[in-house]
Design a protein around this ligand. Sequence first.
Ligand code: ADP
Ligand code: ADP
Length: 237
Amino acid sequence: MLQIKNLTKVYPDGTVALKNVSFEVPDGEFLIVIGLSGSGKSTLLRCINRLINPTEGEIIWNGIDLSKLEGEDLRKARRKIGMIFQNFNLVKRSSVFSNVMSGRLGYSRTIPSMFGQFSKDDIEMGRKVVERLGITSQMHKRADELSGGQQQRVGIARALMQEPELILADEPVASLDPVLAHSILKTLETLNQEDGLTVICSLHYLDLVQRYGTSVVGLREGEVVYRGSREDVRKMT
Ligand code: ADP
Ligand code: ADP
């Protein structure tokens, strides 16, 4: 269970990106966060895994307040949280497989040389994940040689290498065409349904929201304006 309690984020320039946001996400949920550009979706997801620090409030996950963790404790908690980005955040000049394997190392930005870093089991796990995401034939290419949809698959594979319990996907399909968008969202759906991962995914298209996810949080100007089923989400507007 993830409990967001009275979360507020004020950026250094005074922008109030989240105002007193509270909601709960039971384990096994596929939560869609919807809102217009600037409504605070990205800020919310980045607060949850502490890419940025909230100004006030609590983020209770499995009984631990993530907003208070530092150092090794924070690192440990974040290993269980996989993050997927709109712009993929791959190391473009490195190979697909290196990018995938870097998930095993947590949040280091640099990709070390592959050799000696990983156990045989890690490498085997990497191959399986790559196979599952359908990018085996691409694994030795440079990341930036892949199409957007394939790059997002690399991003998902990298997150899976963390063996996460929670996946945060920040507008993962915003830069993809509709066919690829559906394929990526179906992949997230599979991870939710078959692997039991809790998924929190932000989107800004209502038509996608009505096809994916088990429930919805709507944000407007940093505030929660909807919490409920995807069927009722049109009432938000
Ligand atoms: P969304 O993901 O829904 O587009 P964001 O969380 O990116 O929304 O942004 C919410 C608000 O916070 C916007 O007004 C945005 O301009 C502002 N914002 C985002 N990042 C920063 C930042 N680093 N410094 C100042 N304001 C920011
Ligand atoms: P997104 O489309 O994902 O919301 P943006 O293009 O709004 O991303 O923001 C890109 C980067 O700029 C992010 O790191 C965000 O935090 C930062 N940013 C957004 N708005 C502001 C702002 N008003 N002042 C400073 N940084 C901002």
